[in-house]
Design a protein around this ligand. Structure first.
Ligand SMILES: *Cc1c(COP(=O)(O)O)cnc(C)c1O
Length: 424
């Protein structure tokens, strides 16, 4: 399709967009009395209007039933989390028994590493991507130290080539082959938080397995954004947060995936708690741990229902729409944003550089833009004019045109504000 950089054309795309109506289901902050253009759904998704009712329901059940709410609430709390299995399994491409919700992302990755990072004298190295999200870096360092290894020795980063912004698949595969028999674990962000690059998880997972390693994925920027087929890709484990593309609210519960092939392995160590214990016998208060079969068996504590309520509102919305429709719009709106950026770049004779891969199969809902020659004042101008984006030193803005609530008209308007900001 040939795009045009006009308001009418953008409005026409909106009128053809089946998801456009969902925009009204979200609450937008306002700047100068107008809804903002929200590009930071990759950091904290907007609040769906329907969420409040889910939270109020729990508050009311608590008020009216108190402890009895565990069993007699409309959605009883003791198995509240089971409502996630089906919708979440579709979002990440898993069997319902392979997904669960609990804790928060970094905590879950640590817990999953208890089971899946089990270094031996000869096989102890972890492969991750260069400049991984800081929390992941601290996690890797503390994990290898915990097991008595040194960072420099045990953590192997896959580097970008000189002058390139993205990591090449061939370099990932070469590194896996090189570390070979010493490789215990490959754990990479499925979508890079900085560049928006999507990794070929299927190929990398297979290569990690060929080397005899375990392969896990941090899906913080992938869940609810890209098509995932964790079961078929044979990933060993994965975890994601729910507050980015999944709009569950600040710091909210994380989701986990544990492949079915690990469900019945009694040798797999894990840190246990009563919520992971045999469901039928949980309240018999038995002394010996008998894990639930499936990802739920990795749960530890009884769940924070007030945190799950907004997440449930979100997964039900995803269930209604389906990932295929979301991805279709995501590709179109991201391509339109790319087009707008290129047009404005020509008009102002600036030199932006989109560092996110141009190939739609290697990106999801994010364009990271290097603004050569433009400083922080441009970012401030955007924010003051109702464009919510984020700034990464030295001069990168990350733009996520989230298909659930961003419009094509937003992309056009953004282009005009950007242009005015550069020419001011
Ligand atoms: C957002 C993000 C996190 C955040 O971790 P929390 O434990 O939820 O604070 C971790 N890793 C990556 C790659 C992220 O993008």
């Amino acid at each position: 399709m040939t795009f045009e950089n006009t308001k009418e054309f953008a409005q026409q795309l909106d009128s053809q967009d089946k998801l456009n109506k969902y925009r009204d289901e979200f609450i937008f902050p306002k700047v100068n009395g107008e809804k903002v253009i929200y590009f930071t759904g990759n950091s904290l998704g907007l609040q769906p209007k329907r969420t409040k009712a889910y939270v109020d329901e729990v508050m009311d059940d608590w008020a009216n039933l108190a402890v009895e709410g565990h069993f007699y609430a409309e959605k009883p709390w003791w198995d509240y989390h089971e409502r996630f299995a089906k919708p979440l399994s579709k979002i990440v491409g898993a069997l319902p028994s392979e997904v669960t919700v609990m804790n928060t992302l970094t905590v879950n990755l640590h817990l999953l590493m208890v089971s899946f990072y089990r270094p031996t004298k000869s096989r102890y190295k972890i492969i991750c991507e260069e400049k991984a999200f800081p929390s992941d870096q601290y996690m890797f360092q503390s994990q290898v130290h915990f097991h008595g290894y040194k960072t420099e020795d045990a953590i192997v980063e896959i580097k970008r080539r000189e002058g390139e912004h993205n990591i090449r698949l061939e370099d990932v595969l070469a590194k896996i082959a090189e570390v070979g028999d010493e490789l215990a674990l490959v754990l990479i962000g499925g979508v890079n938080y900085y560049t928006g690059q999507v990794f070929d998880m299927k190929t990398i997972t297979a290569a990690g397995h060929d080397a005899g390693a375990i392969v896990g994925w941090d899906l913080a920027h992938a869940a609810g954004n890209i098509k995932l087929e964790l079961h078929d890709w044979n990933a060993d484990f994965a975890a994601w947060c729910s507050y980015k593309y999944m709009n569950s609210g600040p710091g909210n519960a994380s989701g986990c995936f544990v492949h079915e092939k690990h469900h019945n392995n009694p040798d797999l160590p894990r840190f246990a708690g009563w919520w992971g214990h045999n469901k039928e016998r949980r309240f018999k208060m038995e002394p010996t741990f008998d894990p639930v079969q499936g990802a739920d068996g990795w749960q530890i504590s009884n769940l924070p229902i007030l945190s799950l309520a907004p997440y449930l509102a979100s997964v039900e919305m995803f269930e209604e729409i389906g990932m295929d429709a979301l991805i279709e719009k995501r590709d179109r709106i991201t391509a339109y944003l790319e087009f707008i950026l290129q047009e404005i770049d020509k008009e102002v004779d600036s030199t932006f550089e989109i560092i996110t891969p141009a190939d739609p199969s290697e990106r999801g809902c994010q364009l990271s833009v290097l603004l050569h020659g433009e400083g922080r004042s441009l970012f401030d101008y955007l924010m003051e004019n109702g464009v919510i984006t984020d700034w990464r030193e030295p001069n990168v803005i990350r733009l996520a045109p989230v298909p659930l609530y961003c419009s094509f008209e937003d992309m056009y308007d953004f282009g005009q504000i950007l242009k005015a900001g550069i020419l001011r």
